[in-house]
Ligand binder design. Sequence first.
Ligand code: BGC
Ligand code: CA
Length: 364
Amino acid sequence: MHLTTKNCSFQSPLKLLALALVLILLPSCGTTEQQDDSLRIGVALYAQDDTFISALTQNLEWLAQEAEGETGLKINLFISDGRSSQATQMDQVDRFLARQCDVLCVNIVDRTAAAVIIDKAEAEGVPLIFFNRQPVAEDIQRWDQIYYVGASAQESGELQGRLVLDAWRQHQDLLDRNADGILQYAMLEGEPGHQDALLRTEYSIKALTDAGVEVEKLTNDTANWTRAQAAARTKQWLEEFGGEIEVIFSNNDDMALGAIDALKDSQWEQQDWPLIVGVDATAPALEAVASGQLYGTVLNDGRGQAQAMLDLAQALWAGEDPAQAVTLEDGHYVWLPYRLVTQDNLERLREQYHLLTREPLPSG
Ligand code: BGC
Ligand code: CA
């Protein structure tokens, strides 16, 4: 059985779940017969229920459908859910290779495990596009048919810091609650070891200290990118530090929304909330920016990343020079820029980046 972009596009949480179930059963590229007239892309996700990753995947499906319409080329996307297990993902990659996928897109569970996947793909001559979870440079250099599509983690940290710096400069009287001239903060961190967790944590604060703002870290902890864990952490912090926290930095939007959940749950008046900033620009986060609950976020261009993956895959499949299809750095990297999002530019960016504004309606 083939899952094509037409019959496996998912549009609602229910369909997503149904798709996930189908994919657990069928993490392969279909039959063993080679189909020369179609491009078969195996897409190995680290965890399909991750908000940012599921939006990126949805864009990939929409863009593949669009490309099919424009070029007449049949594009089959085969999507597997690694469920945060590198062992599970290895099996899925093995199956994609055994079933002769033309290109693999890998959102690797464990960033340090890339060498094994690279060696397998190279042995089969199947080009690899890593995305969102960045393998170390030495692994990317192992073979010339390896690519990474993503966005600079450092840049996202710097932009988030700039968001807070601007707020501090414009409204220090409001932000500096205890009027000591120091910015007291809490940091909600993503998964340990993820490049975005490490560098966003570091560079958001560096943007402030480089600009001469004195900061004091009251507390920090990982909430593994997830809303529920962030809500639990923030709840504890509110009990421990109460109104002392002036800013909550969150490595992504889901965790920022978790902090908001905790504030609501603890019956805090919105005017007393600390300033909260995230990264991603997911649909619910944009709603929170619009309503003023989230001060701002940094747009992680999942649609742009999906487009780059697709353009690369098509070029590699056709035997064309990938540098003609995408802007390549050092022969391997495609970097999509981040953008600041505040209430002021929200609507413009929504249009420009085709941002999802809500959970799409079920099709059909
Ligand atoms: C996103 C997070 C996401 C993570 C998954 C990051 O770039 O900002 O929201 O959970 O990637 O790898
Ligand atoms: Ca202060």
